[in-house]
Design a protein. Structure first.
Length: 434
């Protein structure tokens, strides 16, 4: 049964991946057609075509390898300086440029002269290229909001899980009391597991981060604590101790290995599934975007760890980069977890949402052949044309993005090598959520 659920999770993730890719390419397709650019092909996947159908002037299809997709637009690059697109060269770098230019015009038909991508105003080209990643962002936000506001997420609550009997500095990494350790304020006040703190020093709250901040802010202060104990409100009294506790960052997350002197009550908070309101959801998503940006920036530094995990038997870090295979495996594991089906669904939707957020951020990198590289080229063209107009100089014409194709091939080569490294690590030493 576990194996069957694992396979089901992988299959469902693959379907979610295809939907995400198709949704991305739909953004490019719809805006290209809006601006009158001819689009001969809309394809989900790479490799051999397993199904296609032509509607109007566009062929829609699915290919065998579901690791990406594309739309083919006529005239992605302008003709060369000599106005030709078929010239050949013995230089390999020049050959790359000319091959890319030729491919952009290979399906040119009479009447297409006014329907070429490069002839559109830079702001229109920016919209066409941005629309794909933006569709992934829209999907990510919609899925995140569905989980955060509809299902809720696991987080600490104001319910007491356990009570410390004494004051122990968290930097000591021990949970047993020694002779001479002072009694914890929580134990002295009579706080019990299962109590739900509803008010602290006159401030009513059901948010753990807010309660934690209130406790930390007033060491040495006597306070009244109102708890819900089996349906009845009970008032307890405690004097907050001073202790070395884990440092929190601006978003309320614990900073590992860092400690500060602050107020200490002496209990562990229980975790539970808590629905978020719209404002909390926006804050949570903002934090995740920041985390994702930091993760992308840290990718080069994680290559040695990936290599060790893939080829030297090293331990795979929990925050190690994952590819499509690794994410599919995690999707399968989610379906095998011993948690309610609603939480399995919520975790799975979160996985797909995170994948779409990554697609958005990754594609916005200003590097060819990514969408962000074409956006950067269009913005540069707009800048230099406006400067020429301002300085009353001749129009420099469209920026020839094709001249950057050698750089694009180098970037693509790096991406392919990194993808293969992640693939090997995902197969031989995968990240596991269990």
């Amino acid at each position: 049964m576990t194996t069957l659920m694992m396979i089901l999770g992988i299959v469902v993730f693959a379907f979610g991946l295809l939907i995400s890719i198709a949704w991305h390419e739909l953004g490019h397709l719809s805006t290209a057609k809006l601006f009158g650019i001819r689009v001969p092909q809309y394809m989900v996947g790479f490799g051999p075509t397993i199904w296609s159908r032509k509607k109007g002037e566009t062929e829609y299809g699915i290919k065998a390898v579901p690791f990406g997709g594309y739309i083919r637009m006529i005239g992605m690059f302008p003709p060369g300086d000599d106005g030709k697109i078929t010239a050949r060269s013995t230089s390999p770098w020049r050959g790359m440029i000319e091959d890319a230019r030729s491919a952009a015009f290979e399906e040119l038909r009479p009447g297409d002269e006014t329907r070429l991508f490069y002839t559109r105003a830079p702001w229109k080209r920016v919209i066409v290229m941005f629309a794909g990643p933006f569709m992934n962002l829209i999907l990510a936000v919609a899925l995140f909001l569905t989980v955060l506001m509809g299902f809720g997420i696991s987080q600490q609550t104001t319910t007491v899980s356990s009570v410390s009997q004494c004051v122990i500095a968290q930097s000591e990494n021990r949970d047993t009391c020694k002779k001479g350790d002072p009694a914890s304020p929580a134990a002295a006040a009579g706080l019990k597991p299962g109590d739900k703190i509803v008010s602290f020093d006159g401030v009513r709250t059901d948010d753990w981060n807010k309660l934690s901040d209130l406790i930390r802010s007033d060491p040495g202060k006597p306070v009244a604590i109102v708890v819900d104990r089996k349906g009845k409100e009970v008032t307890l009294h405690a004097t907050i101790a001073t202790n070395q506790v884990a440092k929190k960052d601006s978003s309320g997350q614990i900073v590992q290995g860092k400690y500060v002197s602050a107020g200490f009550l002496g209990f562990s908070a229980a975790t539970g599934i808590v629905k978020q309101d719209f404002g909390q959801s926006l804050t949570w998503m903002g934090d995740r975007v920041g985390d994702a940006v930091d993760s992308i920036a840290a990718l080069p530094g994680k290559i040695p760890g990936l290599w060790d995990a893939a080829f030297d038997g090293g331990k795979r870090a929990p925050d190690s980069p994952m590819g499509v295979v690794g994410a599919a495996r995690v999707g399968g594991e989610i379906f095998t977890l011993d948690v309610p089906a609603t939480q399995q669904l919520a975790m799975f939707v979160m996985l797909v949402a995170g994948f779409n957020l990554s697609l958005f951020l990754f594609n916005m990198l200003p590097l060819l052949p990514l969408d962000g590289g074409h956006i950067a080229g269009a913005l540069w063209e707009s800048l230099r044309r406006n400067l020429a107009r301002l300085l009353k100089r001749p129009d420099p014409g469209p920026f020839d993005v094709a001249k950057l194709m050698p750089v694009a091939y180098v970037v693509a080569g790096i991406f392919v090598c990194f993808t293969l490294l992640v693939l090997v690590a995902d197969v031989v030493n995968p990240v596991k959520i269990t």
